[in-house]
Ligand binder design. Sequence first.
Ligand code: MLC
Ligand code: AMP
Length: 505
Amino acid sequence: MINPLYDQLFGSHFGKSSPFLRLADGSVVTYAAFLGLAAQMAHVLKQGGLQPGDRLAAQVQKSPEALALYAACVQAGVVFLPLNTAYTTEELSYFIEDSGARMIICDAKVEQALSSITARLELSLKTLNADGSGTLKDGALFMPKAFPTVVRSADDLAALLYTSGTTGRSKGAMLSQANLLSNAFTLAKEWRFTSEDVLLHALPIFHTHGLFVATNVTLVVGASMIFLPQFNVDQLVNLMQQATVLMGVPTFYTRLLDHPRFDRQLASGMRLFVSGSAPLLAETHFQFEDRTGHCILERYGMTETNMNTSNPYDGERRAGTVGLPLPEVEVKVTDPETGATLPVGTVGQIEVRGPNVFKGYWQMPEKTAAELRADGFFVTGDLGKIDKDGYLHIVGRNKDLIISGGYNIYPKEIELVLDAQPGVFESAVIGVPHRDLGEAVIGVIVAEPGGHPDLDQIMAAIQTPLARFKHPKRLVLVDELPRNTMAKVQKDILRKKFKDAFHAV
Ligand code: MLC
Ligand code: AMP
């Protein structure tokens, strides 16, 4: 094998006329067409000067071409760095600079906004628009539909995925080919994937869930995906009878339950519903079972680790738990102070080790050392307990993180922006329960003495530095922030105070 990830996920399907992507308009992209396009793109990357190990940053709308770009990077030995389409130019600039990306692929609409950074860093930029058009495709059209796959080893980096940090500075998680491959094969087996499966794919493809879990598992067995540009509940309901599997964040499931046409009949051809990226309420699990007869299979993962645990395919899918460790993955619950393993049923920090665990944070050896122990255990920052049957329960987080609709939002990043606004003395950003998104962001602001912060102006000012999904859904003014004796802001008190802020939503 000269390039394990390419050879095992993509190359094995080269030239096959079976469908890979089924699009909403009824058209089909076969494996042959997809891999031909990926090969053409790999030529473009090579001609653009990309060497094996170079990073390519992509902020592109979901499309068959965008997915082919992932395959092209793997084939050309280039490290793929996908970026949320909601990120602002300011956010993008950080990722591009920090990663030392050599090429950026973006929508033509943002080309101009990125011109100063591309000029300063002498970066090559190509465009890929939502409809697949752009200079990347223009260049690819004239290239051969086969590409000599670049030699890579299982230990080489395949992707760099940024995850926000508690200090407000995002960290690039380095994922090797082996990390991705081990998880893809494990999940395909555990979840009984076959080439007959049709996965309803409505997740974004810039995160682990939509890019690796959903796509790689499909590729392992040569199945197909109904590939939708974004989540739309009506579309999901209309297409469900053509599918066998759905993977989604909990919001997908609560929205399906709110849909009048979603019932047992509609779900009767489905064999599996998978949920992850955020906690699925036990209540949602039971409502779903009542409505459809299906037990949602909840699993637990992270950008840094891919998937760690899963409820069983056969056997009890226990509501409110994230299941059992996957084969070859070790999970333990430890004392945050001493690192000692805690007994069954005791809450502590969750640590994981296995072939799925990343190689560390890009150019951040101290952060890597702080979270990835020398013995290979990664300290997840999640709090949980293992019950007597071995099921893992996640009960909270040791990190100041909000998960809203499956997107991670780090309060510190927002607080830094709020604190810099005129009239603001300080702020605290919290997540409170939200029926649709699980958690929603509230910004709690204290005015400077004599200051009168204008909340509308603040909302307008945060547009430039922060992606829309990070914006507080509400800003509130308070006289002071509650603090403990160590002067630390007591966010739990704030969360309690504002817990019903979105009650009626
Ligand atoms: C959109 N908005 C959000 C939001 N998504 N706000 C907070 N949290 C979110 N998740 C905002 C938009 O900015 C916009 O704001 C308004 O809501 C409507 O936008 P939209 O695009 O119409 O939203 P919608 O399509 O309804 O999206 C909701 C969603 C989407 C839940 C379908 O967020 C989504 O696809 N989430 C999946 C995230 C994901 O894949 N996570 C996996 C991470 S990997 P305004 O103000 O302009 O109206 C990982 C590892 C693992 O965690 O274990 O899997
Ligand atoms: P990310 O950094 O986007 O990869 O998010 C990873 C985090 O999502 C984890 O550390 C958990 O806090 C959370 N998460 C993922 N899956 C689940 C789940 N099934 N239940 C609860 N939290 C989850």
